[in-house]
Design a protein around this ligand. Structure first.
Ligand SMILES: Cc1ncc(COP(=O)(O)O)c(C=O)c1O
Length: 378
């Protein structure tokens, strides 16, 4: 199997699975219980929280565990906006957010907020000045996707946060770091954001665990009320097993961010070299995109058809065309890409296990598929 869809999800690292399996056997006590074994599970959660906080320059009590990045985004976006609605009614965002941000913003619009979307240009990049320009005295929240999940387009969040705060220091900034967490260094002591969402299953932990960084002292309304866990921000008995698994996944990646980045850079160069032999390939990712996500159109072939062709050879990629599971690529649409190019778009996303041989096999399979499909067309 050649798995080239690591932006969608990643396999669980065996060392992470081992930590979880051990915890499933040992850590059954409710961390809220007052007796000794409850305190023991609570201590293990604290130590995982401290460890993860340390990797992003945060303090232990600034990291909250959730079930996924969608939940983290929802908690932050609703909670931060609602806490400011007595003085502010504007939210600024990019036009290419993930639905986990886009959908809550649509709901907030119905609740009376004005949402300003800053779209990317044809090259896939957003002009950061347009984001800063949109911020005014009534802006409650700016929410930004750090690395776009479809094209790998990246925002300079440090510079953006500095400029936004200089314009309105009361505006809070949330970052959706789902596609950048543990893939590029993130240090919240240098990036003046107030909140940041991340997810476990993009970094070799299981589905069902995520996190939210929330700067200490940030005013937020609770949208997930209940038993008061996670300092009242996210009710629900903590998933200690997956929390420990997430900490292990972060530990395994944290020391290797640079090495992995270089690995992805080599893989991307190799892929682009392979794609250069086809005269019908148009690259949709910006040139300066993160190297682990490459979006391109294999013109004249519907990506969904190609996806199923490749699947027969156990090669897994993602398609940007409209299919039964969803609408056509939102990011490419707001870039102004025409429908035909969107319908032929493919996303290849590398993982730590991807090799140059995998890329060679993928290119050979692409060649085979296009030859076969050409014959069908004739
Ligand atoms: C940028 C971005 N934000 C949010 C999410 C949602 O993550 P999760 O599946 O953990 O809810 C994803 C998942 O693909 C994503 O890529």
């Amino acid at each position: 199997m050649i798995y080239l869809d690591n932006a969608a999800t990643t396999p669980v690292d065996p060392q992470v699975a081992q930590v979880i399996a051990q915890s499933l056997g040992e850590d059954f006590a409710n961390p809220s219980s007052l007796y000794k074994i409850g305190a023991q599970t609570e201590n293990k959660i604290s130590s995982a929280r401290r460890q993860i906080a340390g990797y992003i320059g945060a303090k232990e009590d600034e990291v909250y565990f959730t079930s996924c990045a969608s939940e983290s985004n929802n908690i932050a976006i609703y909670g931060l906006s609602m806490a400011r609605k007595n003085w502010a009614n504007k939210i600024v965002t990019t036009g290419y957010e993930h639905p986990a941000v886009r959908k809550p913003l649509e709901n907030l619009k119905e609740m009376g907020f004005t949402v300003v979307n800053v779209n990317p240009k044809a090259d896939g990049n957003i002009d950061p000045a347009e984001i800063v320009d949109a911020v005014d005295s009534k802006t409650a929240l700016v929410t930004l996707i750090h690395v776009n999940n479809e094209t790998g387009a990246v925002l300079d969040v440090k510079s953006l946060c500095e400029k936004i705060k200089a314009k309105n220091k009361r505006t809070v900034i949330h970052i959706d770091a789902t596609q950048s967490f543990m893939k590029t260094p993130i240090d919240v002591t240098k990036i003046p954001c107030d909140a940041m969402a991340f997810s476990g299953h993009k970094i070799y932990a299981p589905k069902g665990i995520g996190g939210l960084y929330l700067k200490k002292g940030t005013n937020i309304k609770t949208v997930m009320a209940g038993g008061g866990q996670e300092k009242g921000l996210r009710a629900g008995t903590e998933n200690i097993h997956y929390i420990l698994g997430l900490a292990k996944a972060c530990e395994l990646l944290n020391g290797n961010i640079k090495k992995n980045f270089n690995h992805y850079t080599k893989l991307k160069a190799h892929l682009l070299e392979g794609l250069a032999q086809f005269d019908n390939v148009v690259v949709n990712s910006p040139e300066n995109a993160m190297p682990y996500t490459v979006n391109f159109s294999f013109m004249n072939y519907r990506s969904e058809t190609l996806l199923h062709f490749l699947e027969a050879d156990e090669i897994y990629i993602s398609s940007g065309s409209a299919c039964s599971k969803g609408a056509a690529s939102h990011t490419l649409s707001v870039m102004g890409v025409d429908a035909k190019r969107i319908d032929s778009s493919i996303r290849v996303s590398f993982g730590i296990h991807t090799t140059t041989e995998d890329i060679d096999t993928f290119i050979a399979a692409l060649k085979k598929a296009s030859e076969k499909l050409q014959k069908v067309k004739k």
